[in-house]
Design a protein around this ligand. Structure first.
Ligand SMILES: NC(=O)c1ccc[n+]([C@@H]2O[C@H](COP(=O)([O-])OP(=O)(O)OC[C@H]3O[C@@H](n4cnc5c(N)ncnc54)[C@H](OP(=O)(O)O)[C@@H]3O)[C@@H](O)[C@H]2O)c1
Length: 264
């Protein structure tokens, strides 16, 4: 059960319309939180809001593309009258699979913007208020991809590494001031977004997680930051963190990723 007095009364879930984001929302609603759901697709957002309301929460939806120039200002304005005690940044899957050289520079930069450039002002704004209150929580959803470089998704992998190291520093500053920060590392997860992209969830030897399970794990370990690696993925993260032999390990991890994403 997530502590409403420590992290409530409102949770803002950026990327809250489906998958891991909506799973966070439903679980938090059941614990008495009110929820702000933000994502681009208004229809899916409203469908998620219905489910979360049924779980007993007051729900606000904000249909925005986080990459729009005015998205941060609009999101801050949409939450100006409520106390956001828990910020969850879930939106952030890779949007562009391409080699770096020869790829479209704008599309490469959008991947970075979604996971890095937009993350910084959002966390800066909401964590500031939490630190002033002396309570709250921030969850940044990360990926095993952030533990090693990769071909065709190099910017995505690097952006998740940024998020993890950013979370570690923020955790060190915020924990003594009553605010928990967690970078939640996911492995392959059966989300609708990845299903639409055609990811292969059924590879022998690689088990895909369910969104509900990883959301529950993240909430249960919110105070166990700065980094929580979801069940079954610790050994892979450890192997990809080796300080030596990185040439071999990177080529090996690229082979594993190719089985999942193919040429996406
Ligand atoms: N699925 C996996 O196998 C896997 C593995 C490791 C890590 N992760 C991490 O888990 C998180 C969730 O991934 P996911 O697979 O569910 O895909 P996702 O594309 O990040 O979608 C998650 C949510 O974010 C919203 N979203 C995406 N782009 C947005 C944008 N530009 N502006 C506003 N909202 C946006 C989506 O709704 P709309 O499309 O309507 O905007 C959806 O509600 C990501 O951070 C990803 O890196 C996933």
């Amino acid at each position: 059960m997530t502590d409403l007095t420590k992290y409530g009364p409102w949770a803002l879930i950026v990327g809250g319309s489906e998958g891991v984001g909506s799973a966070f929302a439903k679980q938090l609603a059941a614990d008495g939180f009110n929820i702000v759901l933000m994502a681009r697709n208004a229809e899916r957002l409203e469908a998620a809001a219905v489910d979360v309301r049924e779980a007993g929460a007051e729900v606000r939806t904000v249909a925005l593309d986080l990459l729009a120039d005015d998205a941060i200002d609009k999101l801050i304005a949409a939450t100006a009258d409520i106390e956001v005690g828990l910020l969850i940044l879930n939106a952030g899957a890779n949007t562009y699979g391409s080699e770096f050289v020869g790829g479209d520079l704008d599309k490469h930069l959008q991947v970075l913007d979604l996971n890095v450039t937009r993350q910084i002002p959002l966390v800066h704004h909401f964590a500031q208020a939490m630190v002033e209150r002396g309570r709250g929580g921030v969850i940044l959803v990360g990926s095993l991809s952030g533990y090693s470089g990769s071909d065709r998704e190099g910017i995505y992998a690097a952006s998740k590494a940024f998020s993890r190291i950013f979370a570690e520093g923020l955790w060190a500053e915020s924990k003594p001031r009553g605010v928990d920060v967690l970078h939640l590392v996911l492995g392959l997860t059966r989300t609708p977004a990845m299903a639409r992209k055609g990811l292969n969830f059924d590879i022998p030897g690689i088990s895909a997680s369910d969104p509900e399970a990883v959301a529950a794990e993240g909430l249960a370990h919110l105070a166990d930051g700065p980094v929580w690696i979801t069940e079954g993925n610790v050994e892979v993260a450890r192997a990809r963190s080796s300080a030596t032999g990185r040439d071999t390990l990177i080529l090996k991890s690229i082979e594993g990723i190719k089985k999942i994403v193919g040429k996406l």
